[in-house]
Design a protein around this ligand. Sequence first.
Ligand SMILES: [Zn+2]
Ligand SMILES: [Zn+2]
Length: 121
Amino acid sequence: MNRKKLKYKLKAKKLYPLVFLLLQKNLDFDESTIKETKDKETKDYPHIRCPKCNWQPKKESLWFCSNCDAPEYFYEACGTAWNTFDTGGKCPGCKHQWRWTSCLSCSQWSLHNDWYLKKTK
Ligand SMILES: [Zn+2]
Ligand SMILES: [Zn+2]
């Protein structure tokens, strides 16, 4: 450690306990808030999440049956909006079985089956 750093540390020591307390308070607050929203969000489909970003769909999340290049290559879309996890990826309008599901959060495509958490037991 060089002298400059040491000097800075001594100076900062006086302020440290107060700052630390404030930080702790903020941390407590943030953690409980995050936990609460997380619980609410994960209630609908606890075993489904985006393989890319871990986002979990809600009951009211909607996917659209729309023409799509990679990776599905589907060009007869009917425009229906529905929750794709209620039907296992099957469009209720045109009965197209979507093999791929795009994430409403990170908008990356993953195989529909990969969204389901594998049972470990
Ligand atoms: Zn459709
Ligand atoms: Zn995602």
